[in-house]
Design a protein around this ligand. Structure first.
Ligand SMILES: CC(C)(COP(=O)(O)OP(=O)(O)OC[C@H]1O[C@@H](n2cnc3c(N)ncnc32)[C@H](O)[C@@H]1OP(=O)(O)O)[C@@H](O)C(=O)NCCC(=O)NCCS
Length: 184
């Protein structure tokens, strides 16, 4: 069945919470999703829909030329069908259109599936946050992609010169500096 991507609505939150709990050992609370629903400028909260069913979501925050992917998940029974890739492509397209040049995210070191998805979209490792995640405790790999260039059309929208361009320490921090549940 065709999958479409649209902006979130308040009445999506129950279905999102179900997917979140099925996807993460340290799920976001309903209040955290609520908060992202309220935030406007720079915040993008998209859902993927298949027929009447909500099958995934993604949340991104953009400040100036940098976007940060805060959360993405697909319903377990709908994984490996290209929906995560479709959703991430739409997120990147919209962030690029709003002027972002780079996208950053963190991923559990052991999350092979997500890392494969990000690698296929041009994300590369920029560093490690030691013991960043809890339940279970695990390092985060920090990934970065230049998104100012659409590699499929090779259209250069702006020179790729993000704030973090240049050398990046392999260990970005030894402890979590975010409240843990701010990002996945
Ligand atoms: C990560 C996630 C969003 C991927 O969504 P998905 O719809 O299953 O991914 P897709 O079917 O679009 O696959 C995209 C690519 O990733 C690869 N991939 C996805 N899951 C994989 C896995 N478990 N192992 C290896 N590769 C995998 C696919 O092979 C595909 O590559 P291709 O385009 O070269 O064929 C989904 O698995 C998920 O919700 N996981 C739980 C939540 C999570 O970990 N979120 C990320 C937090 S950082």
């Amino acid at each position: 069945m065709n999958v479409s991507v649209r902006e979130v609505r308040r009445d999506d939150l129950s279905a999102i919470a179900v997917i979140e709990r099925a996807s993460f050992s340290d799920p976001w609370s309903r209040a955290m999703f609520d908060a992202h629903l309220m935030v406007r400028g720079g915040n993008l909260f998209l859902v993927a829909e298949s027929g009447a069913a909500l099958v995934g979501y993604a949340i991104v925050r953009t400040v100036h030329e940098e976007s940060e992917l805060l959360n993405i998940a697909i319903a377990p029974e709908r994984r490996n069908q290209g929906i995560g890739a479709q959703l991430l492509d739409e997120v990147i397209r919209r962030c690029r259109a709003s002027g972002a040049l780079e996208m950053w995210l963190e991923v559990r070191e052991s999350n092979v599936g997500a890392r494969a998805l990000y690698a296929a979209r041009g994300f590369t490792a920029a560093g490690i946050r030691k013991r960043y995640y809890h339940a279970p405790r695990e390092d985060a790999i920090v990934l970065r992609a230049a998104i100012g260039v659409d590699v499929r059309s090779e259209t250069v929208t702006q020179p790729v010169q993000g704030l973090h361009a240049g050398s990046v320490d392999s260990i970005i921090s030894t402890a979590s500096h975010h409240p843990r549940q701010e990002t996945k």
